[in-house]
Design a binder for this molecule. Structure first.
Ligand code: NDP
Length: 267
């Protein structure tokens, strides 16, 4: 007997983010901005946050030009002010509608030998890259779980995959985020909320420029173990985020996707 195949969603509709609202922290520049750009191009509306208003204003202006109509908004917010995060989510949902996609992109790095890292240094990095990520994720996930749908994406790092010298607090924070992805995916899956990470390799942004500046040896080492032999572009992370947020990734949760030109498997 001939088997009847169920209808598949049309390509590229299955990767479309039409009708979705995404909250992207640190979306005014660097990787966060390109995640916003790719999501807008895929049909989503985006709310970007950051501490400085000027880059956010500029980013929204560019995003408005690249999309089809009013698709980008900003809210000035410092993710380290954890007591503000429930209010942030409340304000966004009241003003723009339910958040379907959360991208925890805002992050800070610090390059120092481990023995020179003070407790304050360590706490500052972990507070931004880990503690705030948990608080904002909890605030969004409570609402997503009630609605039985949502996609949460963490921006991890190669520093969570292998030992990179002089980034002890950063590596600790990103490794913990990877652990959080697995726990949250296991807890949230029953309520239709997926949780994944993207682990970028070396990507051309202000952060990587600072990490590499005046350190040609570090740059050469990074390139030596990157089979593609070049830094990635912020949009490479943007398209991966679109995929993970889309229906095309509906059976993917608890994963960490390296977007790294092969850096994580390079010799
Ligand atoms: P950038 O430094 O270029 O951008 C960071 C963004 O985060 C800025 O828009 C900044 O805006 C925002 N931000 C920083 N602190 C806060 C805060 N407390 N509250 C709200 N927003 C904040 O970094 P990248 O784009 O390179 O990095 C983005 C993410 O990707 C980070 O999580 C980083 O760890 C990760 N990553 C980057 C890699 C790379 O090679 N570039 C490699 C691996 C991971 P403002 O200053 O206005 O607040």
């Amino acid at each position: 007997m001939e088997q009847v195949q169920p209808q598949l969603p049309a390509y590229p509709t299955v990767f479309s983010l039409q009708g979705k609202l995404a909250l992207i922290t640190g979306g005014g520049s660097g990787i966060g901005f390109d995640i916003a750009r790719c999501m807008v191009q895929s049909g989503a509306r985006v709310v970007i946050t950051g501490r400085r208003e000027q880059p956010l204003q500029e980013a929204v202006r560019i995003l408005a030009d690249s999309g089809s109509g009013e698709q980008a908004y900003y809210v000035v917010n410092d993710v380290t002010e954890r007591q503000s995060l429930n209010g942030l989510v409340e304000t966004i949902e009241t003003t723009y509608g339910p958040i379907d996609i959360l991208v925890n992109n805002a992050g800070v790095n610090m390059k120092k030998p481990a023995l020179e890292v003070t407790d304050d240094d360590f706490d500052r990095i972990v507070h931004t890259n880990l503690n705030s990520v948990f608080s904002l994720t909890r605030a969004c996930a409570q609402r997503m779980m009630a609605r039985k749908q949502g996609s949460i994406i963490m921006i991890s790092s190669m520093a969570a995959y292998y030992g990179i010298d002089r980034v002890v607090a950063y590596a600790a924070s990103k490794s913990a985020v990877e652990g959080m992805v697995k726990v949250l995916a296991s807890e949230f899956s029953g309520n239709g909320v997926r949780v994944n990470a993207i682990a970028p390799g070396f990507i051309e942004t202000a952060m990587s420029k600072t990490a590499m500046s005046g350190d040609p040896d570090r740059f050469a080492r990074a390139m030596r173990r990157t089979p593609m032999g070049a830094f990635g572009k912020p949009e490479d992370i943007g398209w991966a985020a679109v995929f993970l947020a889309s229906e095309g990734a509906k059976y993917i949760t608890g994963a960490s996707l390296p977007v790294d030109g092969g850096n994580s498997i390079g010799f």
